[in-house]
Unconditional design. Structure first.
Length: 518
């Protein structure tokens, strides 16, 4: 296939040289203050229509209009602001990557990093020059799953249409560009083509895979005016992901071509834009590539990031970071541009010199962008202490193991430490004493809530159960026994009386007798 493409490429290159000859004339004056015009409100885009499943028409993408309605007019081109009337028409920027929070994978065993990648091609009124490809670069890691989904495209009137089309990967060596009757089969589909079941493709192993070992490249191609958007999702095992707080992705347009749409490369006569130093993703070459954060994602620290998004390139510094706006239909321009490092396509290829052709291009966006998907991990542990002392009276309980803050559906994960008697027992016996639950401590995390980054400590406090003093038992008087006559000594009494009487009687008799004698 490659030999056939080389022959075709040679023919195309000759034709392309004739088409582009005018582009290499002396660079025209960029700021002609004598010619101004007012932007026309009539050119404003229609509101996004609802997708009509009954509409089966397919637009003819082989013939493009000289101008199209746009929803990406930059702020500087409002109806009341004059704009330079030359042959360059800005429809917004060209590439914007917006990282989404990393989340728990669908199987619960890993971490899924996600991004929305929006891009729109540069094209011309004579259909002779275009940059309509997008190359996405990810670190070469042991992913368990990689998914690309077309989430935004355009209809026949260039209106934005949200879609949800899983994309199919194809190896560039399996693509027969020469003999394939539909050379545009691998373009991202329009809204009407989506409705009719056209497959959305991404292409791998297009040249660069052989040159770089620490990254992987994925390519898409378009023949649609204005922006389209792809959702990229890559999943790593949880243990691998724990070391990668920020996983980067780079997206840039890399082929200047004469053909509109289809797979492009050297073999099709295209020119690689990384021949220009300011558009290189990496410094170095010939096996001495400086991959930066793409070679070691764990090295990306908070100095590169603000509010979960990149503020500077994690590879070569000449890549400008496009501001995020949360809207794939509108791509912002770059800011704080330094002309010494900025990849200025219109100036490099002297587009203004060919005034007979209108070019739809932004001069303030470098056709590249980077961002990260931010992984935040959280866990919940529960401790049990004596109120006022802090002494632990029960082993720490792990309510939630370390995991991403976001569930697979994108919602923040919740926890509840109060729904289980094992987590929040009403009483605990410790050291032979019983303690009863008082509540959470003043410094405790809420007993229920959503995960936060780091370890959330829920602390339950317990108080000693007081031992009650038993009430005295009233004494019961002994039952009284009725007294009975004591007959034990009665006989003695009687005997004594009788003895005394006898003694008296004897004494009296004796005295009587004595008296008679005398």
């Amino acid at each position: 296939m490659k030999k056939q493409l080389i022959n075709i490429g040679a023919c195309m290159a000759i034709s392309a040289s004739l088409v582009f000859a005018g582009n290499y004339a002396t660079y025209a004056e960029e700021n002609d203050p004598t010619v101004w015009t007012e932007s026309n409100e009539e050119n404003a885009p229609e509101s996004t229509p609802e997708f009509n499943p009954d509409n089966e028409s397919i637009p003819d993408n082989s013939s493009l209009p000289d101008s199209v309605p746009t929803s990406t007019i930059p702020a500087s081109s409002s109806p009341s602001t004059p704009v330079l009337n030359d042959n360059l028409v800005e429809e917004g920027g060209h590439v914007n990557v917006e990282g989404l929070p990393a989340k728990l994978s669908e199987d619960g065993q890993g971490v899924t990093y996600s991004y929305i990648v929006a891009f729109q091609r540069m094209h011309s009124s004579d259909h002779g020059q275009t940059v309509s490809d997008l190359r996405m670069c990810l670190p070469n890691l042991p992913y368990t799953d990689i998914k690309f989904t077309l989430v935004g495209t355009r209809d026949a009137n260039s209106n934005p249409v949200p879609v949800n089309v899983p994309m199919v990967g194809v190896d560039v060596d399996d693509v027969d560009v020469v003999n394939n009757p539909d050379v545009y089969a691998y373009n991202l589909p329009t809204a009407e083509e989506v409705q009719n079941g056209k497959t959305a493709y991404y292409v791998t192993k297009n040249m660069e895979d052989e040159s770089y070992d620490k990254v992987k490249f994925y390519n898409v191609y378009s023949n649609v005016n204005l922006s389209q958007a792809i959702k990229v999702e890559v999943t790593l095992p949880l243990e691998d992901a724990k070391n990668i707080k920020y996983l980067p992705i780079d997206a840039r347009m890399v082929w200047k071509a004469s053909q509109e749409g289809g797979i492009v490369g050297y073999e099709s006569g295209a020119q690689h834009l990384e021949e220009y130093a300011n558009h290189n993703l990496f410094d170095g070459n010939n096996g001495n590539v400086e991959y930066g954060g793409f070679g070691d994602p764990a090295s990306i620290d908070d100095s590169y990031v603000s509010n979960g998004h990149l503020i500077k390139s994690v590879a070569k510094s000449s890549t400008y970071i496009t501001p995020n706006n949360g809207d794939w239909t509108t791509i912002p321009n770059d800011i704080n541009i330094d002309e010494n490092t900025f990849f200025a396509y219109a100036k490099i290829f002297t587009l203004r010199a060919n005034s007979a052709v209108t070019y739809y291009i932004s001069e303030k966006e470098d056709m590249a962008d980077q961002d990260v998907s931010h992984l935040q991990l959280g866990s919940v542990v529960v401790d049990y202490v004596i109120s006022g002392e802090g002494t632990s009276i029960k082993a720490t309980y792990i309510d939630t193991i370390l995991r991403p803050l976001y569930n697979a559906d994108g919602a923040l994960a919740a926890y509840n430490t109060a729904d289980d008697g094992n987590e929040a027992p009403q009483s605990i016996t410790y050291d032979g004493k019983e303690y009863t639950l008082v509540g959470t401590s003043a410094t405790s995390a809420p007993a229920t809530g959503v995960l936060a980054e780091g370890v959330s400590h829920v602390v339950y406090e317990y108080a000693l159960v007081a031992t009650p003093t038993p009430a005295p038992t009233p004494s019961t008087p002994a039952a009284s026994t009725p007294k009975t006559a004591d007959t034990t000594n009665l006989a003695g009494y009687v005997a004594a009386l009788l003895a005394a009487f006898v003694a008296f009687s004897v004494t009296a008799v004796n005295r009587y007798k004595s008296n008679q004698i005398f």
